[in-house]
Design a protein. Structure first.
Length: 98
């Protein structure tokens, strides 16, 4: 059995470059969240408390108070918090252990 080779369209890096540009904003938001957790014990405590109570909306609300404009999805386990920042062409997942 031989692999089927199909012609590929010409490479156009415009979308790729646009996605990379958008990722800059997502990374900035990720740094903002990380810095707030690092610098504010009260914020970190509020985030952990809401997660331990399985209060998804409160966790998302707390993250949104940091001027995060990306779509935010959160999941948590007894030992970690996962924050997904989603834009049209780029996504970033941050995992924090506690």
């Amino acid at each position: 059995m031989y692999p089927y080779y199909r012609p590929l369209p010409p490479v156009n890096p415009d979308q790729f470059a646009s996605s990379a540009k958008e990722m800059e904003q997502v990374l900035k938001e990720g740094r903002t969240i990380t810095k707030k957790v690092e610098d504010s014990t009260s914020f970190a405590s509020s985030l952990m408390t809401a997660a331990q109570q399985s209060n998804y909306e409160e966790v998302k609300r707390l993250i949104k108070t940091l001027a995060v404009s990306s779509k935010v999805d959160v999941t948590f386990t007894p030992d970690s918090l996962k924050v997904k920042l989603n834009r049209q062409d780029s996504k970033l997942t941050l995992t924090y252990r506690w």
